[in-house]
Design a protein around this ligand. Structure first.
Ligand code: ATP
Length: 284
């Protein structure tokens, strides 16, 4: 039996450059890891089946689950016949813009590598993951990275300075596909990705806060106004910087000082309590 932690990610920057001939958007994203995690436990079975179990009943417990697909691909690639049970202990909200499913798939690949003692590199796991979803290679490596291509080409970068991350997820799920389809590539205001990379390198927290940006925000805001309301409230409460993660609907706030964190959490408890709220550390 092998258990692997599957942490969530946030996007400090997400820029869409243009729509490609294969219909994917060419992106530049700066992704980092937060300490809100699922746990994937893989146990060998006496037959050839892949069985998914979870404490969370809103995710598919069948071949539609990304962890199932990762296990199937891994077994096929390495010619493994033995079945496995995959238990997903879920804490990351689903369809939230936090890459929960992708992180589960990445952790499943790592768990199977360990369980079956397969001699393969992280790059090979990332390449397998990329066949299932663009965010999976980042989740294989973890840490902090610039992701290019359709998001699957990973360039590791240093961790940003440590800080608190408040995550607020309204009780709606947003489909990434829906948001990308609604995006008008000609209306995008491009981000200063190079400047953000420099700030991370220099550990310039304020510079990072000033450069947070997400091309998908306005699309999601238009369709789901509650997401913009949450962002505005967090700014009003005095967070250092606030941004929607991925295609939403989760909004995150960066906060460096603990007294400020407490003050913001008090304000959230007063008027945003109908949403899911997490205060976690940035661990990228
Ligand atoms: P991303 O940020 O990569 O776009 P997300 O956080 O927005 O991902 P997920 O939580 O990965 O979204 O869920 C997206 C969809 O994938 C959901 O509708 C869910 O039913 C399906 N799904 C499949 N497998 C999983 C899994 N292991 N965990 C969560 N969702 C899963």
């Amino acid at each position: 039996m092998v258990t692997i932690k599957a942490p969530a990610k946030i996007n400090l920057a997400l820029d869409t450059l243009y729509k490609r001939d294969d219909n994917y958007h060419e992106v530049e994203m700066i992704m980092t890891t937060v300490d809100l995690a699922d746990y994937i436990t893989v146990t060998p079975r006496n037959d050839d089946k892949i069985v998914i179990q979870s404490n969370e009943f809103t995710i598919p417990l069948n071949e539609k689950n990304l962890a199932y697909q990762a296990a199937e691909l891994f077994r096929k690639h390495f010619n493994i016949k033995q079945g496995v049970e995959i238990y997903i202990k879920k804490k990351i909200p689903v369809a939230a813009g936090l890459a929960g499913g992708s992180s589960n798939a990445a952790a499943t690949l790592k768990a199977l590598r360990e369980l079956f003692k397969v001699d393969c590199t992280m790059d090979e796991l990332a390449e397998l993951g990329a066949r299932l979803g663009s965010d999976i290679p980042f989740c294989v490596y973890g840490g902090t990275a610039l992701a290019t291509g359709r998001g699957e080409i990973i360039h590791p970068i240093p961790s940003p300075p440590k800080c608190w991350v408040i995550l607020i997820k309204p009780r709606i799920g947003v489909s990434t596909k829906e948001i990308y389809e609604a995006l008008n590539a000609n209306e995008v205001q491009h981000l200063d990705i190079k400047g953000m990379l420099d700030c991370i390198e220099l550990q310039d927290y304020q510079g990072i806060c000033n450069r947070l940006g997400n091309s998908l925000e306005s699309v999601t805001f238009e369709r789901y106004p509650v997401v913009e309301e949450i962002k505005n409230k967090l700014i009003q409460f005095g967070a250092d910087a606030v941004l929607m993660s991925g295609s939403g609907p989760t909004v995150f706030a960066l906060v460096r000082k603990e007294y400020k964190l407490r003050r913001i959490i008090n304000s959230i408890n007063g008027c945003l309590r109908e949403h899911e709220v997490y205060a976690v550390r940035l661990i990228g």
